[in-house]
Write a protein that binds this ligand. Structure first.
Ligand code: ARG
Length: 449
């Protein structure tokens, strides 16, 4: 939007009109309370509520006459109310200020956004669990330093993401609890000189608590920071998953094939199936981090109480909510529709020297101190590399050159025996992973709040 008059600089209507539903709900609850408390007449309150209901319909039907010169959503709705019901409209702002009004709207919006976000995360968790269950016997290499390290179950790997997302859900739950506080009744900053009933308003709007200090209530945007920071961590997790999807779907690894709708072709190379959704998710993480930093910076050094700087809380917040929710949705679809190539995964897990740790454990179980066993197998691996052999191509005689403790049964070490041996809580042994999957299913069935 190009600026034509100085006043344009202060306008927020083009983004805060998104708050119309919250603003109307807050005003309806406030008007009802004013009437209950005898601060305005029942008739005026009724007119106000009817007028606000009609305005909601106008907005939703696209018939509302938006007036940017009135700056924000609050003034637009109030002015329209005046046009519709006359002087009674002026009574709505009794015992209220735009400062406690906008804080209330943002808290209502944040609470809804958190619930939506958590719902999306639960759907993504379910999609990951479905893939894990459908591919329960698939083995793959686990990596450290992006070097093949030890074989694991694909389900175990996917469950790792389930747990990251579970911590995100937990962070959003905490963010919800902190957002769930009603600021209305704080007035401009000092409270209001009317016998209001804040608990009634809280009940009407679904808030569990009311704020305890009027100055804090109008100046506080911590509840937005809570969402931003949970969102930043969640995007970080999704960008790690994105990176794995990029690697897994590459021709080099080929562990998964993405559904066509989650790839794009190249305009010049007909064979390409680019993982653009995963790449965009990785890229969009930056702006979510940016909005967190922006709000921290807006709040830094602000004196109590309300300052117009606080209007800058909105655009970044809306963008973070939209970006995170769209990203979670894209990953849910991508996870549901990707095809696992079990053979490619297994070949990668069986190749090379992946069972080296198991050989060291073999010697350690026969009394060799683990550090020493590690050294012996390291030499053995050097030998295998020099000979160009995979471990499974090495015979017993060759093993025994490195330690006489190697016996016939060393040849029975396989990817399966390696995985089954990690039979500890949190390990990749199939029975542990099956139990973890059951537990995870129970977790996702639980209600969010
Ligand atoms: N549009 C303003 C905001 O978002 C509403 C509150 C205005 N309050 C004021 N004292 N100017 O912060």
């Amino acid at each position: 939007m190009a600026l034509s008059t100085p006043k344009d600089y202060t306008v927020s209507l083009h983004y805060d009109r998104r708050l119309y539903g919250q603003d109307i709900a807050g005003s309806v609850a406030h008007a009802r309370m004013l009437a209950r408390q005898g601060i305005v007449s029942d008739k005026d309150a009724e007119l106000i509520v009817m007028g606000l209901t009609a305005i909601r319909q106008e907005i939703e039907g696209g018939a509302f006459p938006w007036r940017p010169e009135l700056e924000d959503i609050h003034m637009n709705i109030e002015a329209r109310l005046h046009e519709r019901i006359g002087d009674a409209a002026g009574k709505l702002h009794t015992a209220r200020s735009r400062n406690d009004q906008v804080a209330t709207d943002m808290r209502l919006f944040a609470k809804e956004a958190i619930q939506e976000t958590a719902k999306g995360l639960r759907a993504l968790q379910k999609a990951l669990l479905d893939q894990a269950e459908a591919n329960l016997s698939v083995v793959m290499p686990g990596y450290t330093h992006l070097q093949r390290a030890q074989p694991v179950l694909l389900a175990h790997h996917l469950l790792a993401y389930f747990h990251m997302l579970e911590r995100d859900v937990e962070r959003f739950r905490q963010a919800y609890q902190r957002a769930d506080v009603l600021p209305l009744g704080s007035g401009a900053l000092a409270g209001v000189p009317y016998p209001i009933d804040r608990e009634f308003v809280a009940g009407e709007l679904g808030f569990s608590r009311i704020s305890e200090n009027s100055m804090d209530a109008v100046a506080d945007r911590d509840f937005l920071l809570d969402y931003h920071s949970a969102a930043a961590t969640c995007m970080m997790h999704l960008s790690r998953l994105a990176e794995e999807v990029v690697l897994w779907s590459s021709e080099e690894l080929g562990f998964v094939r993405l559904a066509e709708e989650y790839t794009t072709g190249s305009s010049i190379m007909p064979q390409k199936r680019n993982p653009d959704f995963a790449e965009l998710a990785r890229g969009k993480t930056g702006r979510v981090y940016g909005h967190l930093m922006a709000l921290l910076t807006v709040l830094k050094g602000l004196p109590l109480t309300y300052n117009r700087d606080l209007q800058e809380d909105k655009e970044g917040f809306f963008d973070t909510v939209d970006t995170l929710q769209a990203t979670v949705g894209a990953f849910t679809g991508m996870a549901r529709t990707m095809q696992v190539d079990a053979d490619r995964c297994r070949r990668a897990a069986e190749g090379g020297l992946m069972l080296a740790t198991d050989l060291a454990d073999y010697l350690a179980r026969r009394g060799v101190p683990f550090r020493q066993a590690h050294g012996i197998v390291r030499e053995l691996c050097g030998y295998a590399l020099k000979e160009g052999k995979a471990l499974k191509e090495i015979g017993l005689k060759e093993y025994q050159r490195f330690s006489p403790l190697f016996q016939e049964d060393v040849l029975t070490i396989t990817v399966e025996s390696s995985i089954a041996a990690r039979d500890v809580p949190g390990g990749t042994a199939p029975k542990r992973v099956r139990a973890a999957l059951l537990q995870a299913r129970k977790t996702v069935e639980k209600a969010f709040d």
